[in-house]
Design a protein around this ligand. Structure first.
Ligand SMILES: *Cc1c(COP(=O)(O)O)cnc(C)c1O
Length: 445
């Protein structure tokens, strides 16, 4: 595989952009390949190499790179007609109506421009609504590049995880391990009166893919109710991916107070959203007092792309297709591991998947969850499968990143660049793509 053009571009990029990229995860070693174009479930780089794409923009592309006629037409129409105004448009009302109609807990929604902006605003809203400062987040959870959630440490011994964030931000953020109901109870026993909200992804999607154990979200819901705190589901990844149009909250039957969205809801354009009960969302200005604002928020092109993407998914068998391929891929991966690396773990659900290079597990898959770890207690691997962010860091993350990822790339399979980030199947993927991917895994593992 020749990468001369990409190498030359990265050389130029290093002179004018820090690390040569605009988002740190893209800086794969020794240098990233630069993309020229995408089609269906594939991308082509500037040197003409073609890859099956399981990165899918890190989540936003449900349909893949070939947008259906209706989405393309809407994007072109809205970019030709404006492209934006600083005044409301019908299409943002339509997308808000679509979201509130399909996502069980969401009665009202405010659109913003990124997932980060959504979680920043959601935390401010929860603090404003409750009059409390503390938030609880999961170790290994990710909520974007924001001050209140870039923390490390345990319980109330937290510190900023990046220079540039004052210690005083971390003081208000408490952390607990995902899937540990006792730790959550303990933090509420000690700080319940001061906790504005628990903020969690329904499935950890940026730190392996970790499914909740039975009853975990119910425990969080109960603790929040008992202490007058809000439950915020960060569905930036899982929204309109897991559980179809009802999102992960519908699939798990949990009723969060606030939900954050991003990624898919903008149909491939920059987006975020904060949804929830009207009583809470109406605390945002100008209806309420919690300041929230944005020049590009509700951008007509983004709204049109999001709306037509979701309409297309509602009217076609998109979720059946991507979830079916997901199941086939995860089952196939399990068979490969059983032969070649039984200590590794297949994770994921719906159209999300990953192989985590766990170090120890029973050498049989008998009685294992069928197509990826679902944290079933009766599974013989339950004790050894990763339950939280810490468990994922204990896996062979270096081997994954330095040997496995390049081996897959050389076979024309584009995976997210480290052990932690999820991978995605899109509507453009075919059975043949899954077969090809499985062959590549067989070689590389
Ligand atoms: C991607 C992501 C974010 C941040 O979204 P950006 O659009 O990258 O700012 C927040 N939360 C979760 C769960 C995400 O996966």
């Amino acid at each position: 595989m020749n990468h001369e053009q990409s190498r030359a571009l990265y050389d130029r990029a290093l002179s004018v952009m820090p690390g040569g990229v605009n988002s740190s995860v893209r800086a794969v070693r020794p240098y990233p390949f630069f993309i020229e174009s995408g089609d269906g479930g594939h991308v082509v780089d500037t040197d003409g190499n073609r890859y099956i794409d399981f990165v899918m923009g890190y989540g936003p592309l449900l349909l893949g790179h070939d947008l259906p006629e209706s989405v393309q037409a809407a994007v072109q129409q809205y970019s030709a007609e404006g492209p934006m105004y600083g005044a409301p448009t019908e299409v943002e009302v339509e997308l808000a109506e679509f979201v509130t109609r399909h996502v069980p807990s969401v009665e009202m929604v405010r659109f913003v421009n990124s997932g980060t902006e959504a979680t920043v605003s959601a935390v401010r809203l929860a603090r404003g609504y409750t009059g409390r400062d503390k938030i609880v987040v999961m170790q290994g959870g990710y909520h974007g590049a924001q001050e209140s959630t870039l923390v490390e440490g345990e319980g109330d011994h937290t510190h900023p995880s990046s220079p540039g964030i004052p210690e005083s931000f971390a003081e208000h953020t408490l952390t607990v391990p995902f899937n540990d109901p006792d730790a959550a109870r303990k933090v509420f026993e000690e700080h319940g009166e001061d906790i504005a909200a628990v903020l969690t992804e329904p499935i950890l999607g940026n730190y392996g893919i970790v499914h909740p154990v039975d009853g975990y979200h119910e425990t969080l819901r109960e603790l929040c109710d008992d202490h007058g705190s809000l439950l915020i589901f960060d569905e930036v990844i899982t929204g309109f991916r897991v559980g179809g149009l009802q999102c992960a909250q519908g699939k798990f039957g949990i009723d969060p107070d606030i939900t954050t969205f991003g990624k898919i809801v903008g149909g491939g354009f920059p987006v975020g959203a904060i949804g929830g009960k009207s009583e809470i969302i109406e605390q945002f200005t100008p209806a309420g007092d919690v300041f929230q604002s944005g020049t590009f928020s509700g951008h007509p092109v983004t709204m049109a792309a999001g709306l037509e993407t979701l309409r297309y998914a509602a009217e076609n068998d998109v979720y059946d297709h991507v979830n079916g391929l997901g199941e086939r891929l995860r089952s196939g991966l399990q068979e490969i591991l059983e032969d070649q690396a039984p200590e590794y773990t297949v994770v994921g659900t719906d159209s999300m998947f990953k192989v985590v290079f766990t170090r120890e597990a029973p050498d049989t898959f008998d009685g294992h969850c069928d197509a990826g770890c679902q944290q079933r207690e009766s599974c013989p691997r339950f004790e050894s499968c990763p339950k939280n962010g810490h468990d994922i860091t204990q896996a062979e993350t270096e081997r994954w990143e330095r040997l496995f990822w390049p081996a897959m790339k050389d076979q024309g399979v584009f995976l997210t660049a480290n052990q932690f980030e999820s991978q995605f199947i899109c509507d453009g993927h075919t059975d043949e793509d899954i077969d090809d991917a499985l062959e590549a895994y067989k070689e590389a593992i």
